[in-house]
Design a protein around this ligand. Structure first.
Ligand SMILES: [Mg+2]
Length: 406
């Protein structure tokens, strides 16, 4: 079997914009993958010339060939999405589900946490989270940004005239924005009101704190300890291992990062330093299915569990599900699309609803276990992109000499 084509159909409002990859072969079977939400479809298309005429079943060999063309955050989306499609093809060619090729399952159902719309009123937001529990979700997550207290005098100290958007390249430590004791107490009161609704027994994670400095992260983290948060996510950029360790050492609830990290090496550095308590790869950035299993296994050896960041269509969702099934230290996986009525209809072949009472059943069909529902995908294409798997012959040839050594 050899690869004959790589084409893209970009789905919009899922609620994210997601380029779905189809890799065709000379044996009439195709593999599905997905570039990470928010990334350019070109991150996958630029790999086409390096994949044509190759046997897709040599997944790791092809991954090693293309992985130099990925990078952190969205730039990992092309390599990771192609890797998913190669596993889908290998599974279809040999008639086995992807989890089986990874060594088999640790679980039959994957625990899910769902994004939930915020409200300035903690009672309203608490009710929404309670609604998630009524739907069957067993792990909750909230956004908890300093913006919510910024208009209260004395809650946030910051240079006059700065906006919460900052510049593209201004990281948290460089904004001069610091939360006060009063601000931290107000945010803690908000969580207390939420906890009143959902109780203390359900894990409750928090994210999107805003671009506050390291000392403020510690001040806020300590104020949140009594609510026993399940994790505090991305308090500062993941690149600062020593600073994350400083936060992690000072705060007695789990610190987590990872959704923007490409490849296992940076995860291993964070785990070795115990700069976080939980890692959080996004499989569509981290390097795909096998690399993410390696990340999970490496973290497990150092005593850390793995939660999975995810935002995409059911194609990428199933890539995550197979990896989560086959990785022992998996905790819980994200889903942003519980309120998108047609999200599950994008694919056929799996149990519906895909997210059922807070869990996804691991599929047993070959490969990722899904086929595309062409009609539904066509109804939700992004108008700015080039239709439904249109030809991409302009990407067939790209003569380069890309080896990193001589
Ligand atoms: Mg996040």
């Amino acid at each position: 079997m050899r690869i004959t084509d790589l084409r893209i159909a970009v789905v919009a409002r899922a609620p994210m914009t997601c380029p779905v990859i189809r890799i065709d072969t000379n044996q009439g079977i195709y593999g599905l993958g997905e570039v990470r939400d928010g990334a350019s479809k070109n991150y996958a298309l630029m790999l086409k010339s390096k994949l044509l005429n190759q046997n897709p079943c040599n997944v790791d060999r092809l991954f090693r060939r293309i992985k130099q063309f990925g990078n952190h955050s969205r730039q990992g989306g092309g390599v990771s999405g192609v890797e998913m499609a190669l596993w889908d093809l290998a599974g279809k060619a040999y008639g086995v589900p992807v989890y089986q090729m990874l060594g088999g399952k640790f679980r039959d159902r994957i625990r899910i946490y769902a994004d939930t719309t915020e409200s300035p009123d903690p009672k309203v937001f608490g009710q929404r989270l309670k609604g998630r529990m009524d739907q069957g979700f067993t792990w909750l997550k909230m956004d908890l940004g300093v913006e919510m207290v910024a208009n209260t005098p004395g809650a946030v100290t910051r240079p006059a005239g700065t906006s919460f958007a900052f510049g593209d390249t201004t990281q948290h430590m460089f904004t001069g924005m610091e939360i006060t004791e009063k601000g931290a107490a107000l945010m803690s009161d908000y969580v207390a009101a939420v906890r009143e609704q959902v109780g203390m027994d359900v894990p409750l994670s928090a994210d999107h704190f805003g671009h506050i400095g390291v000392n403020s992260c510690i001040r806020l983290g300590k104020a949140l300890e009594k609510h026993n948060m399940a994790w505090l996510e991305d308090m500062i950029p993941w690149q600062y291992t020593d600073l994350l360790k400083k936060i992690n050492d000072a705060v007695d609830i789990p610190i987590l990062t990872g959704e923007d990290i490409y490849l296992k090496e940076s995860f291993i550095e964070l785990c070795r330093a115990h700069a976080v308590d939980i890692i959080h790869p996004d499989l569509a950035t981290s390097g795909g299915i096998l690399e993410t299993k390696k990340i999970g296994d490496a973290a497990q050896e150092l005593g850390l569990p793995m939660a999975m960041h995810f935002a995409g269509t059911p194609v990428s969702c199933m890539a995550n599900v197979h990896c989560a099934a086959a990785t022992e230290n998996f905790l819980v996986m994200e889903n942003h699309s519980v309120e998108v009525p047609w999200w599950g209809d994008l694919v056929n072949g799996v149990e519906k609803p895909i997210v059922n009472k807070g869990f996804i059943t691991v599929p047993d069909k070959p490969g990722l276990g899904v086929t595309l529902n062409e009609e539904v995908v066509k109804q939700h294409l992004n108008p700015q992109d080039n239709g439904y798997f249109e030809p991409t012959t302009q990407w067939n040839i790209d003569r380069t000499n890309d080896r990193w050594w001589s």
